[in-house]
Ligand binder design. Structure first.
Ligand code: GLA
Length: 361
């Protein structure tokens, strides 16, 4: 592999069309990449040192991994660490980072940062790390170095997505199918509503959901909840574990049903599956907050085909499938519902499926 001295790399954030909290259960997800991305201007250094600056915070952090790195730079240090740990000779580098992915909105700004840095370091060092293996390495950086027990969806989306497609990923086999998602051609839009609800207790609650799913699988004597059926749930006693497991089992089914409809070009018909996914996250997985529930209800009342919270939960964004010519009305109705409830004003954008991580120059 040949090395390069410098360049610019980018990796996107994502929304997840459907398949929430299924990735760490070996299940199915269907994200697509956003046009919003994190960019890294990178140059190789001739010593094992990383000088990382962020246009967001205005800070510059220098590290050589002899001491733990914390804060936002931990996501960068985690990538260096994970590459080294996998046996790669990682080049030192200067990395100047800027990002158009809103942070704390459940749009995978962390994965965008990890995957942009990973792409840069792989090319700077001429490292032999096939694209298909990069999501796992970036996930390991986040799990083992940063300490966030995330699944594989976000890093996969940021790396593997293609423009105009959603990424159908089997999180057990890592088999990928690019599903065409021609929203514009169907007169449709995915309206993303940032609820701007403050994320609270996110890390602990995420870890608790993951632990509950693992516990349920263990009691059922299955490798993961991916292998459970609704009938299996009668073998669980704890009502909380039943609810958590029921979300995962039904959500995996909804992903597969969504794929079938999309393969047939019946995009509007996925609406009820999106809304059912939201109800399952609200009632069984208990990861929604009043702001996102309000956004979903108002969007549907204003004519959306379906709507759901996207991402890990406890705030963040809702996506609504709408006719393009209804989009403004749906946004206005959601904004009005937020006003009526005394919530902070939401923000909106239309999401079109964009490409995954890439070298820009
Ligand atoms: C976060 C995690 C993902 C996934 C989602 C929920 O985004 O990083 O791995 O578990 O939550 O679907």
């Amino acid at each position: 592999m040949s090395t390069v001295d410098s360049g610019v790399w980018a990796a996107p954030g994502r929304v997840n069309l459907i398949g929430e909290h299924t990735d760490y259960c070996d299940g199915f997800v269907l994200p697509f990449a956003l046009p919003h991305r994190t960019e890294v201007i990178a140059a190789r250094l001739d010593r094992p040192e990383w000088i990382v600056s962020s246009s967001l915070t205005g800070e510059t952090v220098t590290f050589d991994l002899s001491e733990p790195v914390t804060g936002w730079a931990a996501y960068v240090a985690g990538i260096v660490w994970a590459l080294r740990d996998a046996g790669y000779d990682v080049p030192g580098a200067r990395l100047d980072i800027s990002s158009g992915v809103p942070g704390g909105a459940g749009l995978s700004s962390s994965a965008a940062l990890e995957c942009a840095v990973l792409s840069a370091l792989v090319d700077l060092g001429g490292l032999d790390l096939p694209v298909a293996q990069r999501p796992k390495l970036a996930q390991r950086a986040e799990n083992a170095y940063v300490g966030v027990p995330c699944g594989i969806m976000d890093q996969s989306a940021s790396t593997l997505c293609r423009a105009g497609h959603a990424l159908f990923l089997d999180c057990r086999s890592m088999a990928v199918e690019q599903i065409p998602l021609d929203l514009v051609g169907h007169g449709l839009e995915i309206l993303v509503i940032d609820s701007r609800a403050p994320h609270q207790l996110v890390d602990g609650e995420y870890a608790a959901r993951r632990a509950a799913c693992e516990k349920a699988a263990e009691i059922l004597n299955l490798p993961a909840l991916r292998d459970a059926t609704l009938a299996d749930l009668s073998r669980l006693d704890d009502p909380l574990l039943i609810r958590r497991a029921r979300h995962v089992v039904t959500e995996n089914d909804r992903v597969l049903a969504t794929i079938e409809l999309l393969r047939d070009g019946r995009i509007r018909e996925i609406g009820p599956l999106l809304t059912a996914s939201h109800a399952s996250m609200r009632d069984d997985f208990e990861i929604t907050v009043p702001e996102v529930d309000t956004a979903v209800e108002a969007a549907i009342a204003a004519g959306a085909y379906g709507a759901r919270m996207t991402g890990g939960g406890f705030g963040g964004c809702v996506l609504a499938l709408v006719d393009t010519d209804r989009s403004d009305d749906v946004a206005a109705a959601v904004a009005e519902a937020f006003r009526a409830n005394g919530f902070t004003s939401p923000s909106f954008f239309s999401a079109t499926p964009a490409p995954g991580a890439t070298r820009l120059s």
